[in-house]
Design a protein around this ligand. Structure first.
Ligand SMILES: NC(=O)c1ccc[n+]([C@@H]2O[C@H](COP(=O)([O-])OP(=O)(O)OC[C@H]3O[C@@H](n4cnc5c(N)ncnc54)[C@H](OP(=O)(O)O)[C@@H]3O)[C@@H](O)[C@H]2O)c1
Length: 242
């Protein structure tokens, strides 16, 4: 049997126990990568990895709360011992906790706590993993970083509503740009992506897309060829404005 194209690659997908993250993990396993499911709840993480491994795919679970530096350190230590180096990082874990009123949430109601908690997961979490994993990618001469953002963070079309979430995704996009510039002379590709409005716990039942549709561009960016783009923002495999 031919060796799958990505048989030697490993990927860490955060928040992969459900929603878009799980679909990304499923797609990457299908492409032959060894995918580590990072999830806050160890049991859910094991369950997700087991379901992806049952048809011969390679998936491993790890307990990982991106908002907790100790959890990140423990998870990375475990991954280093049990799996080895990470080639692909998908920063997918995210929260949307603006209140009250969801889309109608106002900047005047946003508490420091909402802002801090949102940034801890949506921005500082990704940065923690980047800081820990990208130097190894650089040393090995290969890396793909995908930051799962949102059009809600698009400065060119910024509107009212969800203020903490919007600001966190704009900051995540800035992280993409800064990191991409820092590693521009390497074979590390760093991109942001908007999955579109997807039917997940976050997106709700009225959303227009499946989680798998949202996952498609994320998985594509996670497997970019060496001459692929870097430092850009994508939706549906097309570049969009910041
Ligand atoms: N759905 C949409 O319409 C939409 C649109 C644009 C962008 N996005 C982005 O797409 C990504 C995935 O969203 P989704 O719709 O799949 O959301 P979801 O169904 O709510 O799933 C979110 C995932 O993130 C995990 N998570 C949250 N905080 C975490 C933390 N501190 N550490 C580790 N994992 C954590 C959750 O784990 P638990 O099970 O432990 O809670 C869950 O696995 C997010 O970054 C979101 O902002 C979604």
């Amino acid at each position: 049997m031919a060796t799958p194209r990505n048989a030697t690659r490993t990927a860490l997908v955060t928040g992969a126990n459900r929603g878009i993250g799980f679909e990304v993990a499923r797609m990457l396993v299908g492409e032959g990568l060894h995918v580590i499911i990072g999830a806050r709840d160890g049991a859910k993480s094991r369950e997700a990895a087991a379901s992806l491994s049952k048809d011969g795919g390679k998936s491993t679970s790890v307990s990982l709360d991106v908002a907790d530096q100790a959890s990140v350190a423990d998870a990375l230590e475990e991954i280093a011992k049990t799996v080895g180096d990470i080639d692909v990082l998908v920063n997918n874990a995210g929260i949307l906790i603006d209140a009250p009123g969801g889309f109608r949430a106002s900047v005047f109601d946003m508490t420091d706590d909402t802002m801090r908690t949102t940034f801890e997961t949506n921005v500082i979490g990704p940065q923690r993993l980047i800081r820990a994993l990208v130097p190894g990618m650089r040393a090995r001469g290969y890396g793909r970083v995908v930051n799962v953002s949102s059009m809600a963070g698009q400065l060119s079309d910024m509107m009212a509503g969800y203020p903490a979430y919007r600001m966190s995704k704009a900051a995540l996009n800035a992280l993409t740009r800064v990191l991409a510039a820092e590693v521009a002379d390497t074979n590390i590709k760093v991109n942001s992506v908007c999955p579109g409005w997807c039917r997940t716990d976050m997106g709700g039942a009225g959303a227009t897309r499946t989680a798998a549709q949202g996952a498609d561009t994320i998985a594509w960016l996670a497997m970019l060829p060496d001459d692929g783009p870097s430092g850009l923002f994508f939706k549906d495999r097309q570049i969009i404005a910041w």
